[in-house]
Design a binder for this molecule. Structure first.
Ligand code: BG6
Length: 473
């Protein structure tokens, strides 16, 4: 048997893409609540925010999402039917601290997650909890400039500590920041950063990164103190960058691009800023303000495991003639002529999954947790309520196969939670039609639909995978 006993098969979702109920029971406004679908979305994600309130005439998909807030019992029953061992969720910061700097947490918000975790545990599903999945309280953005301000470090520490104390008997797996490297690509999404024309964006981004890294180390410290049996990890948007040719210039460029992401995990896992980052700061005239004791904190409180998402590999070239770009989990990439793409242009590369897992394990020598993987595709619901998503089964089958190869290579992997086991709002596009689920949700891009859930063909496929611990694909 390839997959270890107790392997955490399951799925992963995030509060803002799933829960809806966006101002219910005292919840405050969070950054994602200001992301509409359509043209304005991308610009805002890059840090050009027109207003600290939702705009008239725009449609905001997070406000209702798939109404998981009210329907989680029904959804968890379906996950349990598939045999899930784990469900990765995130806590919405503004359900707990509606403004982010409140003196007391919001009891109704805390109670919601108590009930959610209880329901999971009742169904023998381990909650795997991300503390910050692409959301920052809007009040903190408006008042302090979000993560550019050191103030966020202690506010996050308070938030994280509140969670550890409250849920120490329910949650054994935590992660600090979802796809922490996304801060460099979508600064509003990753860190609530909003820019002025005159801002030195790189400087602000790396200062914000330092603040998140210190906050992450403080969360690791608090978690270990409050809940010694729990494990706390980091979370990287992974996917190896291939050099387009064997020209050493391309090889260096690929290494450099990967290091842009590894930088974060090098700090979180190895406990110090790597030499290449120091050189990068120097070459780019970036000055990172550190306080006394920061280096010691980073050194002493490293993560227990490496959580990562894998959707696609990337390719890079230094030849200006080779410039046909394609999308891929936000990171642009040169099109790889050997590989196919999804309908959204994300490269499909199962072997790249094995390569990436090996690369991460070689580098960090800590257990890996695959906390996102999957195919976003357009599904057709037939009149009798069926969805034949063979393409999704095909994608997942090949990826799980490569994950099993990685395990045979000696890579330690503790679990696999595929992305969006139930259809949810897409983070990058805000669409509903970019579906990842084993469960179809009747809802369209414009918000129309009954929200009824339907099992897709992949539902039974994944159930079998879990039942046989990955032996039957
Ligand atoms: C990851 C995020 O980047 O990819 C998720 O952690 C996101 O929040 C997922 O949903 C898939 O991306 P998208 O844009 O297809 O939803």
């Amino acid at each position: 048997m390839t997959f270890p006993k107790g392997f955490l098969w399951g799925g992963a979702i995030a509060a803002n893409q799933t829960e809806g109920a966006y101002l219910k029971d005292g919840k405050g406004l969070t950054t994602v609540d200001l992301l509409p679908t359509g043209e304005k979305r991308w610009d805002i994600m890059l840090g050009n925010l027109p207003s600290f309130q939702p705009l008239e005439g725009e449609f905001y998909p997070s406000h209702e999402a798939i109404d998981f807030y009210h329907r989680y019992k029904e959804d968890i029953a379906l996950f349990a039917e598939m045999g899930f061992k784990a469900l990765r969720v995130s806590v919405s910061w503004t359900r707990i601290f509606p403004n982010g700097d409140d003196h007391q947490p919001n009891e109704a918000g805390l109670r919601f997650y108590d009930d959610l975790f209880d329901e999971l545990l009742k169904n023998n599903i381990e909650p795997v909890v991300t503390i910050a999945h692409f959301d920052v309280p809007v009040h903190l953005v408006e008042t302090y400039g979000s993560w550019r301000n050191r103030k966020l470090v202690s506010l996050f520490e308070t938030y994280a500590t509140t969670l550890f104390k409250r849920y120490k008997d329910k949650v054994k797996y935590w992660m600090t920041f979802n796809e922490i490297n996304m801060l460099l690509h979508l600064p509003f999404v990753g860190a609530g950063l909003v820019f002025k024309e005159s801002d030195n964006k790189k400087q602000i981004q790396y200062q914000a990164a330092h603040h998140q890294l210190v906050a992450s180390a403080l969360a690791v410290k608090a978690c270990h103190e409050i809940s010694p049996d729990a494990k706390i990890g980091c979370m990287l948007a992974a996917g190896m960058t291939y050099p387009y040719t064997c020209n050493p210039e391309d090889v260096w460029d690929a290494m450099d691009k990967d290091r842009e992401s590894f930088f974060f995990i090098d700090v979180q896992s190895r406990g110090k800023y790597p030499g290449y980052a120091k050189r990068f700061f120097k070459d780019n005239n970036l000055m990172i303000n550190m306080e006394d004791g920061d280096e010691e904190l980073l050194k002493s409180h490293t993560v227990d495991y490496i959580g990562f998402s894998y959707y696609a590999s990337r390719a890079t070239s230094t030849d200006p003639e080779i410039n046909n770009m394609t999308a891929g989990n936000v990171f642009g990439s040169i099109e790889n002529p050997y590989l196919e793409k999804s309908e959204w242009g994300w490269t499909i590369d199962p072997k790249g999954f094995r390569i990436t897992a090996n690369q991460l394990y070689d580098r960090y020598q800590k257990p890996l947790f695959v906390v996102e993987n999957g195919l976003g595709a357009v599904d057709q619901l037939s009149s009798d309520g069926e969805v034949n998503d063979d393409y999704r089964i095909e994608y997942l089958k090949k990826h799980v196969k490569e994950m099993s190869e990685a395990i045979k290579d000696g890579v330690e992997i503790i679990g696999y939670t595929s992305w969006g086991p139930i259809d949810i709002v897409s983070a990058s596009s805000g669409e509903m039609k970019k579906r990842y689920g084993y469960i179809y949700v009747d809802k369209e891009n414009d918000g129309q639909g009954t929200l009824t859930r339907y099992k897709k063909k992949s539902f039974d496929w994944y159930k079998k995978v879990i039942e046989t611990n990955g032996e039957v694909l």
